[in-house]
Design a protein around this ligand. Structure first.
Ligand SMILES: [Zn+2]
Length: 154
């Protein structure tokens, strides 16, 4: 279960992680066939630097937007402002959505952010390849921001 993240989507995720740090940022990635083309930034309801939770109403709004776009939830992402891109015990405990990649973006080395993806296999986190790439369909379209994107609210 590889995940391809469009460069512009990755840029939105990274900008959110840097803006929210030292707290954890979180959100969702959607698209088709393992190719993430939409980034949703959701509020970290925990307001914590070590864990996160998403508000159900924001998740529902994002899911509705995905359906309208004909896209699927591919990944649940969050940032680790001060720890490596690995699933923490808390992350493992809270990872119960089947069929999605858990993406962690680490800012431990600010100049070299590290992005990794994991799937849960009977409670064990297994790393899957995550690639950040320009749109390969030749289109120049940028990332689509969901209604939960903070810039859309501003
Ligand atoms: Zn975490």
């Amino acid at each position: 279960m590889d995940l391809l993240i469009r460069q512009t989507v990755y840029d939105i995720m990274l900008a959110a992680a840097r803006r929210v740090a030292p707290l954890e940022a979180c959100g969702l990635l959607a698209g088709r066939e393992g190719h993430a083309t939409t980034c949703y930034e959701l509020v970290n309801a925990d307001g914590s630097s070590e864990h996160y939770s998403m508000r159900p109403e924001e998740q529902f709004a994002a899911a509705k937007d995905m359906r309208a776009k004909g896209q699927k939830l591919l990944a649940i992402w969050h940032s680790h402002p001060a720890s490596p891109a690995r699933m923490s015990d808390e992350d493992l405990r809270l990872a119960y959505t089947p069929g999605v990649v858990y993406v962690i973006l680490s800012l431990v080395r600010p100049e070299a952010p590290d992005v990794r993806g994991f799937v849960l296999d009977e409670g064990v986190a297994k790393e899957v390849p995550v690639t950040v790439a320009e749109a390969h369909d030749g289109s120049a379209r940028g990332a689509e921001a969901g209604p939960s994107d903070s810039r859309a609210r501003a």
